[in-house]
Design a protein around this ligand. Structure first.
Ligand code: NAD
Length: 255
């Protein structure tokens, strides 16, 4: 399927691994030139080289912490006028809300709400002027179905979702859409590393997580990347303000 975005420019944040990298690769397979970010320069460089050599697009790595103003400035300097923005960053820590300080809450809101809003603020008006823009925020299934010990994530991501619910209705008439993808369990380091750290067999640990899911498995990053690329496609201009749950049916609601 031709997504109609060949030659477009995208910023994909937190894209050296996992869901961000899969989204970057899917966009690159459709001919989108990329600026990708992550904090660890050599891992990011390796991801950029891998994506560029497979797809032939231009991939510029910007090693930075996207949660900082300096990181965002460096990213925007490398791509001041993106057509596509995929917002992503690591999630806040787990824990009991009784143990969190006001600073913990501010950090979570900064990382998983304000960071995305700042990048949207810096790019959305240009998208509106150019009459094309696709913004996708990688959030979490916890926005739909909160997880108690992910209270920082539940709250900060819900804040971003609420903000985008409003803005997305203002920009869509200019062919600029804003949507969120809500991952359930995916086979990335986020699930793999805790299993490894606990000395578990990774395959068995993922299978155990997947066994409670209606799909009988966890999701694969490529499945996520393809969904993200579709929301960024030329023909997705009538989809905005949506929260696409990719969870194998784990959320048991009718809608
Ligand atoms: P991952 O650990 O596989 O990859 C995270 C990526 O983000 C890495 O490239 C890392 O370098 C980068 N990163 C983290 N913090 C960054 C920062 N401050 N600045 C720049 N880069 C940064 O994780 P993932 O599974 O791809 O998760 C992506 C997002 O989706 C996270 O917010 C995560 O909480 C959320 N999520 C994931 C799952 C899942 O099962 N994988 C489920 C729900 C939500």
């Amino acid at each position: 399927m031709d997504l109609g975005i060949k030659g477009r420019k995208a910023i994909v944040c937190a894209a050296s691994k996992g869901l961000g990298k899969a989204s970057a690769l899917a966009l690159a397979r459709d001919g989108v030139d990329l600026v990708i970010t992550a904090r660890t320069a050599d891992v990011l460089r390796a991801a950029a080289d891998e994506i560029a050599s497979e797809t032939g697009v231009s991939v510029t790595p910007v090693a930075c912490d996207i949660k900082t103003p300096e990181g965002r400035a460096a990213t925007l300097e490398a791509c001041p006028a993106p057509d596509i923005l995929v917002n992503n960053a690591g999630g806040p820590p787990r824990g009991d809300f009784r143990d969190f300080t006001p600073q913990d809450w501010l950090d979570a809101v900064n990382g998983n709400m304000i960071t995305a809003i700042e990048l949207i603020k810096a790019t959305v008006d240009g998208m509106v002027e150019r009459k094309f823009g696709r913004i996708v925020n990688i959030t979490s299934a916890a926005v739909r179905q909160p997880i108690a010990d992910l209270c920082l994530s539940n709250a900060a991501r819900a804040g971003l979702t609420g903000f985008c619910a409003g803005l997305s209705r203002e920009t869509v008439k200019h062919n600029v859409t804003i949507n969120n993808i809500l991952p359930g369990p995916f086979a990335t380091d986020r699930l793999i590393e805790p299993a490894r750290a606990a000395g578990k067999n990774v395959e068995e640990a993922l299978a155990a997580i997947g066994s409670t899911n209606p799909a009988g498995r966890v999701g694969q990053p490529e499945e996520f990347g393809d969904a993200c690329a579709f929301l960024c496609s030329a023909n997705a201009g009538f989809i905005t303000g949506q929260n696409l749950l990719l969870d194998g049916g784990n959320y048991r609601g009718t809608m």
